[in-house]
Design a protein around this ligand. Structure first.
Ligand SMILES: Nc1ncnc2c1ncn2[C@@H]1O[C@H](COP(=O)(O)OP(=O)(O)OP(=O)(O)O)[C@@H](O)[C@H]1O
Ligand SMILES: [Mg+2]
Length: 461
């Protein structure tokens, strides 16, 4: 249940707001001082905190840092009778998300809270790429000069020129998300939103409401809102990990694509939509279809343009160029290059985490080493290297195995961090790969100072 904390010392206003939000189905706690607000926050997290600025024992802003520490996804709304520029800046610095000046109508507050909740819900399930970020992304083109890379660039270009749906396949870290961005920002849709949604992270109970939207009263407490398909109008909806979408939802998505219309949950009328779909999966579509996870009819609708990204080990010729680009991007102004012997080893390595792994290894190397010659080979995963060369007898492997004894804890640490990077920072998958429980993995990452900020339901579950 959505939790709202109201901090205001005007009893009448506080009660009116409380009654209103309680009717909307929110769990409301209302207090009249900074101290009381602190006490409530110590007891538990809130989704939205409404802060009056002038309180008997201090400034409502003082509550903001604590609220965000308890839950960094909390949305903060400040109400003030004394709006001024300095204060607004101060408020933003304290993490305030919205700002209303008193006197204010209850309806206005309700509208602001609804917007904040909607934003919070979107942040949980989808990433809305902003135009400001887009110019960088457009420049971040697919790098590679191998034949395979050339084929992919041609496909990207073709996809940019049309509005046909696209299905991108490839192992983790091969650049699926990058290609989706390149297509969107290189197309005529670039001025419209690119919204990406991770189907594996969407709780099954929410997925349809999020994708298709909701009409007021569709279920208890439902307020009207647009779904992601509508929000991406004119632009692109990127459906990541499409094979993880519940089959019933896949069927609905299929009819949206076929009819070019979407009907919100509980709604009567359909709206015409002009949203391009790009889907991605890191499992083989054929296998997912055979296993009954991915609907064949939806697959055909999405697979109009089909982009299969090869694993990095199948386009090794691109490794030197990728190294050059990543070094330039990660350490601008620094003249460094991979030592020739190390480059040779990189060219033999299996790269289970693909381009992402290469990038992460170089990033670590640039931090660890100061000289102009980088030695990333020592950061490679020995086990994966053995798989690549198919022979444990190779000299490189032997010396790795016979290398100077290191404290076990250091080896574990390196292995955990490398696996974590290979899985793109996905806690669930890393824990599975390592055979650790999520809580053990979290503890270890915290020890190593690498615990990510709390996010995404998928990883918390
Ligand atoms: N050809 C490429 N040129 C430049 N950078 C690339 C290329 N391929 C991948 N990258 C970089 O590698 C990293 C991983 O790529 P991306 O996130 O697109 O992979 P993905 O296939 O979407 O992975 P996942 O399956 O885990 O979602 C990103 O930093 C991306 O910019
Ligand atoms: Mg991705």
């Amino acid at each position: 249940m959505t939790r709202l904390l109201i901090v205001d010392d005007e009893a009448l206003f506080r009660d009116a707001l409380s009654a209103n939000f309680a009717r909307d189905g929110l769990a409301v706690v209302a207090v009249g001082s900074v101290a009381a607000a602190r006490a409530e926050l110590e007891r538990g997290a809130f989704d939205v905190v409404l802060l009056d600025q002038r309180l008997p024992d201090g400034d409502g802003l003082e509550v903001a840092p604590l609220a965000l520490r308890v839950n960094d996804a909390t949305k903060l709304l400040l109400l003030t009778a004394f709006p001024n520029y300095d204060h607004a800046v101060q408020a933003l610095r304290n993490g305030i998300h919205d700002y209303l000046s008193k006197p204010v109508e209850v309806a206005e507050v309700r509208h602001a809270v609804e917007t904040l909740l909607r934003t919070a819900a979107l942040e949980r399930v989808a990433e809305v790429h902003r135009l400001t970020a887009s110019y960088d992304e457009a420049g971040a083109l697919f790098i590679g000069r191998s034949e395979r890379a050339g084929d992919i660039k041609r496909l990207i270009q073709r996809a940019q020129e049309t509005s046909a749906n696209v299905l991108i396949t490839g192992e983790t870290g091969t650049g699926k998300t990058l290609v989706a961005k390149a297509i969107h920002y290189g197309s005529a849709r670039a001025k419209h939103p690119l919204i990406s949604v991770n189907c594996a992270a969407l709780p099954e109970t929410l997925v349809e409401a999020e994708l298709f939207g909701v009409e007021k009263g569709a279920y208890t407490g439902a307020t009207q809102r647009r779904g992601l398909i509508e929000l991406a109008e004119g632009g692109t909806l990127f459906l990541d990990e499409i094979a993880e979408m519940p089959p019933a939802t896949q069927a609905k998505l299929l009819s949206v694509i076929e009819d070019r219309q979407v009907r919100r949950l509980g709604g009567e009328r359909s709206r015409v939509i002009e949203t391009r779909m790009i889907a991605a999966t890191n499992v083989s579509p054929a296998d997912a279809i055979a296993a009954g996870k991915f609907r064949r009819d939806l697959f055909y609708r999405l697979n109009v343009v089909s982009i299969a990204l090869p694993p990095l080990r199948e386009r090794r010729a691109d490794i030197p160029l990728l190294c050059e680009r990543f070094i330039r991007e990660l350490a601008p102004g620094r003249t460094a290059q991979v030592a020739p012997a190390d480059l040779e080893e990189l060219m033999r390595y299996a790269f289970p985490g693909n381009v992402r792994e290469l990038r992460n290894i170089l990033e670590r190397c640039l931090i660890l080493e100061e000289g102009p010659q980088l030695h990333p080979a020592r950061l490679l995963d020995a086990a994966a290297g053995a798989r690549a060369t198919k022979s444990a007898e190779e000299p490189g492997q032997a010396s790795e195995l016979a290398g100077a004894a290191r404290p076990l804890e250091a080896v574990i640490r390196e292995h955990v961090l490398r696996t974590y990077d290979q899985h793109g920072g996905n806690l669930t998958r890393t824990a599975q790969a390592l055979g650790l429980s999520l809580s053990t993995l979290r503890r270890k990452l915290a020890e190593y100072g690498r615990l990510p900020p709390a996010r995404r339901d998928q990883e918390a579950s």
